[in-house]
Structures are given as structure tokens and as C-alpha cells.
Write a new protein. Structure first.
Length: 252
């Protein structure tokens, strides 16, 4: 499916055309960018976080009900920034599975924490039905080619009563704030990484990040897609004007 489809997480936007023009090309290009940037990802993320670091990720999971003994699936886990927070909350009696299409990112994740890892995409999760109590996704919805398929998969792997929690960055409403956010992510963070002499390889990925934030679907479209997939109690909360939490429950 082409990313110009209304089911994709990105709208048709001219600034994305230099990156890819089809779903197959999108997967190849983005996997290569993530693999290349894996070693410097965490350092660049810390510069990007704008105050939403490890404490914030853990608080979002805790506030939305992730608790000791649960089974967590972290989709698009990357280097494990959300995964690590989940491991702390579910405790030794819980289970955590991390899913990501990038071997390089999963290799970095395994340096931090010992969990089950799966190489794959949100649209086709290699797990049986009704396996997990809680499904998280941290700032990666913009990289999903077909959110309808992904959300259907989320519903499938959740147990009845299980919860989905999607953390995402959205465009600020004001033009000035939108410009400042794009400059911070696409220009300033890669520049600081390059000037520091470390992890210059994150530059292309972070430029892409800034462009995908600008081209991402509006929040109402994401909420509608969750409802279409069959989720109940669908909601969205926002912090600092840009950090959103999309949640929903698989009906019992």
C-alpha cells in the first residue's frame, strides 16, 4: 500500500517524496535509516526529548494501567526506551515482548534489558491472538504504513479488556511553534550531534522525523481509526501542546 493512502499514518506531503514513493520503498529506506542511526539514537533522543524523558515514559505507562505481573507488547520498540520502563513496571512476574523491524535497533535494546524480541512490523505481529494485557508504542505511529491494519493487529493480540497506549508527537496548532519544533528536531539536534563529534549518522533520520511530524495524520483521524478497528473507550490526552497519548480498550 502506498503511503498516500488515507489508511497510512502520513498524508501526501511533498517534503516526504525525496525519501520514498511506495510502501516497499518506505520500508527499505526507513529500516536503513534506523539501522544506521541505532548506535547514536539514544543520545539524539535525549536532545530531542523536551523534558519527556525516561520519567515521562514510565509515568505514561503507569498512569494508563500497566502494572506488576502483566504481559506487555512494545511495538516499534527501537532501542528500548519504552521497553525498559515497561520492564520496571511489570516486575519479575510479568512478561515483556519488544517488536521492531530494525535489527540494529533491537541489538541496542538487548544491550539494556533481557526481554523477548521479535523482528517485524505493526501491521503483521508474529504473536497468537489474545496474548497481551497492554500494548505500547512510543513515538512511532508516523512510521506505520497502514494504521488500519496495525490497529486491527493491536486489537487481535490484546486480551479482552486489554489496553493500547500510543505515545506520539503531534504538530502544535500555532505556525510559530510548529516552525520551532521542526527546527529543533530537524536542524538543531543533528547539528549538535555533529558538532559534538559523536553520532553524526543520526542526521538523516532526525530530518525525516521533523518532516513526518509535519505530514502526520491529525489526532481525530487516529482516534477514528482506533474506533474502526473495534477499540472502545477511545481517548486522547495532550501534554505541553505536542505530546499525545492515544488509548483504547479491547472490549471484553
Amino acid at each position: 500500500m502506498d503511503d498516500k493512502s488515507p489508511h497510512g499514518a502520513l498524508k501526501d506531503d511533498p517534503r516526504l517524496r525525496p525519501y520514498f514513493r511506495s510502501e516497499d520503498e518506505r520500508r527499505r529506506v526507513t529500516q536503513a535509516m534506523f539501522d544506521e542511526a541505532a548506535g547514536g539514537y539514544d543520545s539524539a533522543e535525549a536532545l530531542t526529548a523536551l523534558g519527556s524523558g525516561a520519567w515521562y515514559r514510565r509515568e505514561v505507562l503507569r498512569r494508563n494501567g500497566l502494572a506488576e505481573g502483566m504481559t506487555l507488547l512494545d511495538v516499534a520498540a527501537g532501542t528500548g526506551l519504552v521497553t525498559v520502563a515497561g520492564v520496571a513496571l511489570v516486575g519479575p512476574g510479568g512478561r515483556v515482548v519488544a517488536l521492531d523491524p530494525s535489527p540494529g535497533m533491537l541489538a541496542e535494546l538487548r544491550k539494556k534489558v533481557s526481554v523477548e524480541t521479535l523482528e517485524g512490523y505493526a501491521e503483521s505481529i508474529p504473536l497468537p491472538d489474545a496474548q497481551v494485557d497492554f500494548l505500547s508504542m512510543g513515538y512511532a505511529l508516523r512510521h506505520v504504513g497502514d494504521i488500519d491494519r496495525a490497529f486491527s493487529e493491536y486489537l487481535r493480540v490484546l486480551k479482552p479488556g486489554g489496553k493500547v497506549c500510543l505515545m506520539e508527537i503531534s504538530r502544535p496548532r500555532g505556525r510559530l511553534l510548529r516552525g520551532l519544533l521542526w527546527f529543533h528536531i530537524s536542524v538543531l539536534v543533528p547539528l549538535l550531534a555533529r558538532v559534538s563529534g559523536r553520532h553524526a549518522d543520526v542526521g538523516r533520520l532526525w530530518a525525516y522525523y521533523g518532516d513526518t511530524i509535519e505530514a502526520a495524520l491529525d489526532p481525530d483521524a487516529i482516534l477514528d481509526a482506533l474506533r474502526r478497528a473495534g477499540f472502545a473507550q477511545v481517548d486522547c490526552s495532550v501534554s505541553l501542546g505536542i505530546f499525545r497519548e492515544y488509548t483504547g480498550i479491547r472490549p471484553a
